[in-house]
Design a protein around this ligand. Structure first.
Ligand SMILES: [Cu+2]
Length: 230
């Protein structure tokens, strides 16, 4: 079933560096078959995480790793987006600011306290314009204030999280726990420059966070790193 208006949300992450990410939306082209025309991408190894929601409302993530030649693809269109960050070898586990290509910045409002596994947290992010003011031109991205992926470098953890939690919107709608008018109300009254995601890391280790929000027609992708203790 559709989740945020798409039958599949496909994250493509360049590995092992985790320095490039694409958030794509393949089409349902034949029974059990999803098709995506790729954007231009450098040759290399990629981890694929494909989120779907079964008709029952049960969410699934299919994973794969592939080696691709350089791809001379088509420009990103629709809800498809891409982002970049430092290679994992240069990860700064205390960095709270991601500088974005257009001069904006995404700020992770993280405290000095260490992160621990199996604890519930609210991960809060703020988008700022080049002058450091809260972004005034926020929009919903696929009906949500933001989308975040929490990914472990070994691929053992992938969580695509939304401000309402990790349950897909489609499943929540089935369960009757989402007011379909809420998003519209927010779109009319203005989308705030701040978004928070509830999440808990399942185990200690390092994680990379890909956080996306949209402003003035541009999807901004902040890349952050977290070291999680026991
Ligand atoms: Cu999402």
């Amino acid at each position: 079933m559709l989740d945020h208006n798409h039958v599949m949300h496909l994250y493509v992450i360049h590995v092992p560096e985790m320095d490039r990410v694409w958030h794509l939306h393949p089409d349902f082209t034949a029974p059990a078959t999803f098709t995506q025309s790729l954007p231009s991408m450098p040759a290399g190894r990629y981890a694929l995480y494909a989120d779907i929601v079964h008709a029952s409302g049960f969410p699934d993530t299919a994973t794969a790793e592939v080696e691709w030649p350089a791809i001379d693809g088509r420009p990103l269109a629709g809800d498809d987006s891409a982002g970049a960050g430092p290679p994992l070898a240069e990860a700064d586990y205390n960095r709270s600011v991601a500088n974005l290509p257009d001069g904006y910045r995404m700020v992770w409002e993280r405290g000095p306290a260490a992160l621990h596994a199996r604890q519930p947290y609210e991960f809060r992010f703020r988008l700022e314009d080049p002058a450091g003011r809260p972004a005034a031109d926020m929009e919903l991205y696929m009906g949500m204030q933001g989308h975040a992926a929490f990914v472990s470098p070994d691929g053992s953890v992938f969580a695509h999280v939304h401000p309402s939690g990790s349950a897909p919107m489609a499943a929540l709608s089935l369960a009757g726990s989402v007011n379909p008018h809420a998003a519209h109300t927010m779109a009319e009254s203005g989308v705030p420059p701040e978004v928070s995601f509830p999440y808990g890391f399942p185990k200690p280790g390092v994680y990379r966070l890909f956080v996306q929000a949209k402003r003035a027609g541009t999807v901004e992708t902040g890349v952050f790193d977290a070291r999680v203790e026991n």
